[in-house]
Write a protein that binds this ligand. Structure first.
Ligand code: SF4
Length: 465
């Protein structure tokens, strides 16, 4: 798909570690694929909460000069791609709050399905919002709690709000980390020189030299104290897990692990399963770089067809979805991918992509493959038809834009310009990942966290504002 979905954000937190702000910058750099709009780090130094954030990539925001303004051994960090709230500096995270229980900073990956209702209710009680993010809703609910400690106020707030999220909070008493009751968005616990840290993906742990300890359980709330103890504020329940299947299909970095298993390995098996379900009469297999290459490897190996380097990605063009709007996206795709004509000329191609969302990339690819002399282009998608909008932190707000909703197979083929098109089944995804407990709502419409009717209607229009 090469960037047709806006990804979730990425979070990081660590306690008791000298040079924590620099470590956070390293971790956020490793999580950059999860959000490229803004980056931010909050730190506690001598009881003071310091915050630096800005629009842009991690290395653009965190110059040495800016990092030097942050001190202390406890930090949280965030990279953002907006799913609710516009792409504006004031919406960059972490967000800073002064509350009855002291100052705190909060960063969030995911979406609350009841953020709008809660916001209206809070505004009716006199709350004044500074941003358009649902992250601020969490903070206001915390501030309105009658709890006597900040960890308890987070427990109260998360008991009242619903959605798919991973949250980190920094306060004078340490770092809190929480995952939604279904574990839709990922969060892992690691250790660096004995001190605990939290991250959206294990690649961020590796980047700072930390070792993976375990996934935070669905519904679990952890308190990382300044001394490095890990206390459980809410136990969580692993049996309820509905981890987003798209983390395995596309979002997470292939060198990350989920539940201790390799993302690369999962994608390879998705490709193998796709080959079993939808073999193509092709001379060679091409994967759409970079995210579909492991699935293409698995597909080619299963069918005994060579996988070759027939598509090249220009690494110096930003991600396709950075340009808002359809024309901007199309131009981005054209600049980003090109064909090696000698590889495809006179040959039938099986073109493997991890997903088919809007179809912008696929239309361009089938066209340039034909122009380069491919005799046939058989498109195979290593995930099911993407039919329903995500309400848990991935922006596919407009249902009409989802190309797989075209019910006429002939028109669908014409729209993407392929000779044939087949998708992996939902059962195939579960078989390949080896787990039955994934959210598959964008394929099946079966939402693990009920989505209010008005949000379902809104999703056919545009974003929250
Ligand atoms: S609806 Fe799709 S993208 Fe959203 S959390 Fe579920 S599996 Fe992931």
């Amino acid at each position: 798909m090469s960037g047709e979905l806006k990804e979730a954000c990425g979070v990081f937190g660590i306690v008791g570690t000298p040079g924590a702000p620099h470590l956070a910058a390293e971790a956020l750099f490793a999580l950059q694929h999860r959000g490229q709009e803004s980056a931010g780090i909050a730190a506690i130094s001598n009881g003071q909460l310091l915050l630096e954030k800005g629009m842009g990539l991690v290395h653009e925001v965190f110059t040495e000069e800016r990092l030097a303004r942050l001190q202390g051994e406890m930090v949280i960090g965030h990279v953002r791609y907006s799913t609710t709230g516009a792409s504006r500096p004031e919406n960059a995270q972490p967000l800073y709050f002064r509350a009855r229980l002291g100052p705190f900073a909060l960063a969030h990956n995911g979406n609350l399905v009841d953020a709008m209702q809660e916001r209206k209710a809070l505004e009716a009680q006199g709350a004044i919002f500074q941003t358009t993010t649902d992250t601020e809703v969490v903070a206001h609910v915390m501030a309105h709690s009658s709890a006597q400690t900040l960890p308890q106020s987070l427990l109260d707030a998360l008991g009242r709000l619903h959605g798919g999220y991973a949250i980190v909070v920094l306060f004078r008493g340490g770092v809190l980390g929480a995952r939604d009751p279904y574990g839709i968005r990922p969060l892992v616990l690691g250790r660096l020189r004995g001190k605990p840290c939290l991250a959206s993906e294990t690649c961020a742990l590796t980047a700072v030299g930390a070792v993976y300890e375990r996934d935070v359980r669905p519904g679990e709330i952890l308190w990382l104290t300044p001394q490095g103890d890990v206390m459980e504020i809410a136990a969580g329940d692993a049996k309820r897990e509905k981890l987003c299947a798209f983390e395995l299909i596309y979002f997470a970095r292939p060198d990350s692990q989920v539940r201790g298993e390799s993302i690369y390995g999962a994608r390879y098996r998705l490709g193998q399963q796709l080959a079993k379900e939808a073999p193509a009469a092709a001379d060679l297999v091409l994967g759409v770089p970079d995210s579909s290459l492991p699935a293409a490897e698995g597909y080619a190996a299963e069918l005994g067809i060579p996988q070759e380097l027939g598509l090249v990605k220009n690494r110096y063009v930003g991600r396709t979805f950075i340009r808002p709007g359809r024309d901007g996206r199309t131009a981005g795709v054209q600049r980003k991918l090109s064909v090696v004509p000698e590889v495809v000329r006179g040959r039938a191609v099986a073109l493997i992509d991890d997903s088919l969302v809007r179809g912008t990339t696929m239309r361009h690819l089938t066209q340039i493959l034909r122009e380069a002399g491919a005799t046939a282009v058989h498109v195979r998608i290593a995930s099911p038809r993407y039919l329903h909008p995500c309400h848990y932190g991935i922006d596919t707000s407009n249902r009409d834009e989802l190309i797989a909703n075209e019910s006429d197979p002939k028109i669908l083929l014409q729209r993407i310009g392929a000779d044939s098109l087949q998708f992996l089944s939902a059962e195939g995804v579960l078989r390949a990942t080896g787990h039955q407990d994934h959210c598959l709502a964008c394929f099946t419409g079966d939402y693990p966290v009920p989505v209010p009717l008005d949000l379902r209607k809104d999703s056919a229009e545009e974003e929250m504002e």
